[in-house]
Design a protein around this ligand. Structure first.
Ligand code: COA
Length: 261
């Protein structure tokens, strides 16, 4: 251990703020930090009181400046596969997390940091954020899902341009190409992320959870299977008290009180 927690979790009522906490190395993800991130999400998954998560980095400068290059420099082919699989697994857990996850990108989001942001359901960038996948400049390729997720979010041409040049882009350009959902002044980044989450948390929790599931599933299967899956989830929601409540509240002209079942 490095003497301090590599990932911290702060609970603010229904929202948990997960911080990658290695500011002296610009929050670079070494194996220990990735493992700590995995533990944090595993804990939050089972906490009913936590209904949404914000992921950010400690400090003024970086969200996450990538996988730890000092560690990567020592890899051989087998450990390289392992490092990549570990990061992919943790980021897939985040993508499939049953509660909404928003990345609040407070500075550099490079390499594994950009991939971490891509695995979150939504992204808000601070004005000082910079995004990029500079792996080819180190003689490697993105290994935590960047070659898979970036094109899905910004389109093939833009993804290839970023991955092949390794160029970084600023927050406004990231917003223009759809890599982030919004840009916020530095001081307002966390409040804006929290506000976005609160808007989601007003909705039926089971519906939000199944919507995340359906959208991701649709990317991985045929149109026909995805539509069938959507119909089944749609029908399943008719079994929830939340559906009764949501529709009754609309008809009664009041705010629904969802219970998550
Ligand atoms: N892995 C390991 N250490 C990293 C790191 C990374 N991805 N990114 C930053 N650090 C470390 C630096 O080595 C430095 O450590 P030191 O103080 O012990 O020398 C410390 O974090 C501060 O970084 P520094 O480079 O001095 O800050 P800067 O403001 O001059 O530059 C960056 C900031 C982000 C432009 C630069 O750190 C950088 O290019 N990082 C690597 C980005 C990258 O290629 N990521 C993809 C990895 S696959």
């Amino acid at each position: 251990m490095s003497g301090h927690e590599l990932v911290t979790v702060e609970r603010r009522d229904a929202v948990a703020v997960v911080r990658v906490n290695r500011p002296e190395k610009l929050n670079a993800l070494n194996r220990e930090t990735i493992a700590a991130l995995e533990c944090a999400f595993a804990e939050l998954r089972d906490e009913d009181a936590v209904r949404g998560v914000i992921v950010t980095g400690t400090g003024e400068k970086a969200f996450v400046a990538g996988a730890d290059i000092a560690e990567l420099a020592r890899m051989d082919p087998l450990s390289g596969v392992e490092v990549s699989r570990q990061g992919q697994r943790v980021l897939l857990d985040i993508e499939r997390f049953p509660k909404p996850v928003v990345a609040a990108v407070n500075g550099y989001a490079l390499g594994g940091g950009c991939e971490l942001a891509l695995a979150c359901h939504l992204r808000i960038a601070g004005e000082n954020a910079r995004f990029g996948l500079p792996e080819v400049s180190l003689g490697i390729i993105p290994g935590y899902g960047g070659t898979v997720r970036l094109a899905r979010i910004v389109g093939l041409g833009r993804a290839l341009a970023m991955i092949l040049t390794g160029d970084t882009i600023d927050a406004n350009e990231a917003h223009r190409i759809g890599l982030v959902n919004a840009v916020a002044p530095k001081a307002e980044l966390l409040p804006r992320a929290e506000e976005l989450l609160q808007r989601i948390l007003k909705n039926g929790p089971v519906a939000v959870r199944l919507a995340i599931h359906a959208v991701h599933r649709a990317l991985e299967t045929s149109t026909e299977d995805a539509l069938s899956f959507e119909s089944h989830l749609f029908g399943l929601l008719a079994s929830t008290t939340d559906m009764q409540e949501g529709m009754r509240a609309f008809l009664d002209k009041r705010t629904p009180a969802f219970q998550g079942r």
